[in-house]
Ligand binder design. Sequence first.
Ligand code: 4LI
Ligand code: NI
Length: 185
Amino acid sequence: MILMDNVIREGHPTLRTRAKELTFPLSPEDKKLGQDLLEFLINSQDPVLSEKYNLRSGIGIAAPQINESKRMFALHLPDDNDNQISFVAVNPKIVSHSVENTYLTNGEGCLSVDRNVAGYVPRHARITVKFHTLDGEEKKMRLKGIPAIAFQHELDHLNGVMFYDHINESNPFADVPNSQPIENN
Ligand code: 4LI
Ligand code: NI
């Protein structure tokens, strides 16, 4: 199972590297990697297991964060209607997005960043995405709210981008044009 010791932290060059596309069928090792990423998120959100294994809670984790430079990430969180969003995305992409932007008023956190970086991280408010499942099936879905933010955060990891790259350097809380902020605690 994936533990915090397996998570690389900022400063590691893999976090600044563009991850490699995967080809299907996935190797058994790459399938296992995807399953382990999702299992990590589920464990990290379990009060008993997160305490037992000292896991920091997350709703998304990307393969490069465990030093596997491959285009794959997992998301696990409830959506606005309290339906569970839980998937592993392989070779994910955003096919279209809203003009409207959004951001978390409390800022973003990252399992690879052991400090608080304050500021608004501008994101697209709504995205239409395509990706392949671990079994190679193509999926297309529309995301909004926190799931859309998390998808963009994890997709950034596959491109060597960190969330704080998007924060306005001179004023971290500068107005984000045309945005609907998401209040969250
Ligand atoms: C415990 C059990 C306040 C501060 C509010 C915690 C189960 C921050 C928000 C969680 C913040 C769960 C989260 C992300 C933020 C902040 C991620 C708590 C885990 C909230 C997820 C990828 C950004 C995602 C909303 C600096 C590790 N996650 N909070 N950002 N939660 N969590 N991100 N922001 N301020 N990061 O961190 O998984 S997109 Cl589910
Ligand atoms: Ni991250």
